[in-house]
Design a protein around this ligand. Structure first.
Ligand SMILES: Nc1ncnc2c1ncn2[C@@H]1O[C@H](COP(=O)(O)OP(=O)(O)OP(=O)(O)O)[C@@H](O)[C@H]1O
Length: 751
């Protein structure tokens, strides 16, 4: 099609007029246009070229310069993928007339457009921007239309200016469009007056980028908005990156002065920053806990304080006073019904659960936590004579008395299967509506008993949202494995609740599953002690170690998955887990290689390209955030069951999850990724029959005891380790560190 291909670099350009806008999505900025090319960096055979990618409101008849690269689409052939598209303001008489009669100016046809140009000349557009009143008096142009024309022309030139400026600041089209769509006509003003505002409003803009704009626009280095942005940025990075709920004042000043630059690194400046932070506290932009000199983002302060207050209030509720012999008698009945004999600590847990208004139950894998959860529900149902049969509550206004919840969909599903009782995610219980919860302190949840499994995954925000909805008379039980990774979000809620010593606590230590012969469970418990079994390289019935270096992780992982599938396991039974995304043993590459091996491109097989990803029919995919409309949650895994790459404006891909099928539009595809390999963090709360776990020194920075422990405990039936034993043993030795800053423990003890 093309005579010659000179270069595939970003420097390629095509310049021409939009013949036809085939598709344009205003929300995402994604478009497909047919261009008549007048000039290009490389010769083209036909004048008509398809240009695809992010662009700003392309208009038929207007001229643009597109920079990007040529690509060869399997279905549509050669096309130009645009990275930056700039409109050339029309200059010739014909072009200006065509522009003014385009869809951008409703009610203006070629006749009126011609009149305007005849009246004002070929530079009519410039005149309209400088002097809008010139339009008045032109026949056929009412006052209203004159206003509309000058507004639109101005907006358009504004837009071009803004986009050019943002490109100059090194901001790509996608972010630039996001910025423009957020501030519209005020964009230039925001960029000039307070570019730091971008950090709060635009996801993807951090302090460094905003500051680069600030430097260009000449904002003084010690301007209050610059210092304020640095303080808030350090606090939010500490929360979202390192999990700190708050920072010590000194620590904060040190980080902030580093961010502000070398000029701020002095004792005098630290003192001035301290005073500045006190001022931000007065303005309620941050909250200072004066007792401890800790500084918080307001939402985290109120969550931590609210959580502690509500827990303390719950702890003051009356204990249930069942005669102890009755409790023991019912426990005995349950042993008979379940066909087990509870261990002493399990019995302790049951008695505590029966009597205390709040309790914590912890234990490693196979220690019987789920067994105890089920027993607690039945114990209470017998003591208080309520039914656990859902049918008894259908059609009545009596609420179901037991609420079993977990932070992820998969954990909730497992809980429900293991207890034969209804369970759901915390988000579902609280009525998540995309940006708010239906239940809050004024709209409490109902029931007699709330049990939260996988409680180590709850961050400070979620723990507060949940606990604040608990009504008087509802018993709360947190269950978890305290040695697992802490929550992805800020806080170490379970750990600090335990450390406070305020909440009745039972730790299950006897390992039942080990007794049943699981060497995965014994490996996990050995890891908890910071060591590995001597026979780690020897295969057992349920685990095996395959030595390899980082460059062989991908082929080894592919082979292990294929072997498992040959033995009859489905790809959904086998999960590859890794701690980092980049590099030769990273999640991104593993996903690509696994997809290529397990679900390769095939003639006639449907696929859809989205950014750097390709989704194919049958792919295993991961939901990356809680879906606002469907009961599908961050960490849920599903299968692509239908897709249509031709659908640009509507649902283009369907995924089947356990309980539901969900359709995605193109702009929602950022909620999905391939799931052949997922991060260990995303796997928290899930279990898989077979886990393939690469562990190599290339992961060194991430390898800590709680991370490896969490990964290993995801395997239910078989664990395939691959990589370097030294990396595994180094990782196991390194304590995960329970040093997230938070005053939850102190508040629980204090209030
Ligand atoms: N008192 C008991 N006597 C005999 N077996 C028990 C007892 N308690 C639990 N088990 C058995 O031990 C195994 C592990 O129990 P359970 O699944 O409740 O543990 P868990 O802590 O929830 O484990 P995980 O977190 O790994 O799922 C199960 O097979 C269960 O039936």
């Amino acid at each position: 099609m093309y005579q010659q291909r000179l270069s595939l670099s970003d420097e390629c350009f095509v310049k021409g007029t939009v013949e036809r806008v085939i598709y344009y999505n205003r929300e995402s900025g994604y478009g497909v246009c047919l261009f008549r090319v007048s000039e290009s960096s490389e010769p083209v055979e036909t004048e008509e070229v398809t240009v695809v990618g992010l662009m700003a409101s392309p208009q038929e008849g207007l001229t643009y310069t597109c920079r990007g690269e040529w690509e060869s689409h399997p279905r549509y052939g050669e096309q130009f993928r645009v990275k930056r598209m700039e409109q050339d303001m029309p200059r010739s008489r014909e072009a200006v007339i065509k522009y003014l009669s385009s869809d951008l100016f409703p009610g203006i046809g070629p006749k009126t457009a011609t009149k305007i140009v005849s009246e004002l000349g070929d530079d009519a557009l410039k005149k309209i921007v400088d002097n809008p009143e010139l339009l008045q008096g032109i026949p056929g142009v009412s006052e209203e239309k004159a206003e509309m024309i000058s507004d639109t022309v101005r907006q358009h030139t504004d837009f071009e200016q803004v986009m050019l400026l943002l490109y100059e600041y090194g901001i790509g089209s996608s972010l630039a469009l996001k910025i423009y769509n957020t501030y519209k006509h005020d964009t230039l003003a925001v960029l000039k007056q307070n570019p730091y505002q971008l950090i709060y409003d635009i996801e993807g803009i951090g302090f460094a980028r905003a500051d680069a704009i600030g430097r260009e626009t000449g904002i003084p280095k010690d301007a209050p908005e610059r210092k304020k942005a640095a303080v808030l940025y350090v606090l939010s990075q500490a929360a979202n990156g390192d999990g700190h709920v708050c920072l010590k004042m000194d620590e904060l000043c040190e980080h902030v002065s580093k961010l502000l630059g070398a000029d701020f690194d002095s004792d005098e400046w630290h003192e001035r920053l301290r005073t500045f932070i006190y001022e931000l506290d007065e303005e309620e932009k941050v909250v200072l806990d004066s007792d401890e000199e800790m500084v918080y983002l307001p939402s985290l302060y109120y969550s931590e304080q609210g959580l502690a207050k509500k827990l303390n209030w719950l702890l003051m509720q009356d204990k249930a006073e069942y005669p102890i012999d009755v409790v023991y008698r019912v426990i005995g009945e349950l042993e008979e019904a379940f066909g087990v004999q509870f261990a002493d600590e399990q019995r302790d847990a049951l008695v505590t659960a029966a009597c205390e208004p709040v309790m914590i139950l912890t234990g490693g894998p196979g220690t019987g936590k789920t067994t105890v959860i089920r027993a607690i529900c039945h114990l209470l149902s017998r003591l208080e004579e309520f039914s656990l049969d859902e049918a008894d509550y259908r059609g009545s206004d009596k609420p179901y008395p037991v609420r079993l919840v977990a932070p992820t969909g998969r954990a909730a599903k497992r809980m429900s299967e293991a207890t034969s009782l209804p369970a759901m995610t915390i988000h579902r219980l609280l009525g998540w509506r995309g940006d708010f919860f239906e239940h809050d302190a004024d709209h409490p949840i109902s029931g007699r008993l709330l049990i939260v499994d996988e409680a180590s995954m709850m961050d400070m925000w979620l723990a507060y949202q949940l606990v604040r909805t608990v009504p008087e008379g509802m018993k709360v039980i947190f269950v978890g494995d305290a040695d697992q990774l802490p929550s992805v979000g800020p806080g170490q809620v379970l750990h600090h609740m335990i450390e406070s010593g305020r909440i009745p606590y039972v730790d299950l230590r006897y390992i039942f599953r080990q007794a049943e012969g699981s060497s995965i469970v014994s490996l996990a418990h050995e890891m908890k002690r910071g060591s590995l079994p001597d026979n780690i390289l020897e295969p057992t019935d349920d685990r095996r170690f395959f030595p390899c270096d980082k460059d062989h992780v991908a082929p080894v992982a592919v082979k292990l998955v294929q072997q498992a599938m040959k033995r009859g396991y489905s790809i959904f039974d086998v999960q590859v887990l890794a701690p980092i995304y980049r590099g030769p043993a990273g999640i991104d590459l593993l996903n690509r290689e696994l997809q290529q091996a397990i679900n390769p491109r095939r003639e006639g097989k449907r696929e859809l390209t989205w950014g750097d990803s390709v989704f194919r029919l049958g792919d295993k995919v991961l939901q990356l955030s809680n879906h606002p409309e469907h009961p599908v949650y961050n960490g849920d895994i599903g299968k692509v069951i239908a897709l249509d790459e031709n659908v640009t404006d509507g649902i283009c891909l369907w995924v089947r999850f356990d309980q539901t099928e969900v359709g995605y539009t193109r702009s929602q595809l950022n909620q999905l990724s391939l799931a052949y390999c997922i991060s260990i963090h995303k796997a928290q709360g899930s279990e898989f029959p077979i886990v393939v776990l690469p562990v190599v020194q290339a992961y060194r920075r991430m390898l800590k005891r709680n991370l490896v422990y969490t990964a290993v405990t995801r395997a239910k039936a078989y664990l395939m380790l691959c990589g370097e034993v030294s990396a595994l043993s180094d990782g196991v030795r390194k304590e995960g560190g329970f040093n997230r800053r938070s005053l939850l423990k102190d508040r629980l003890q204090r209030e």
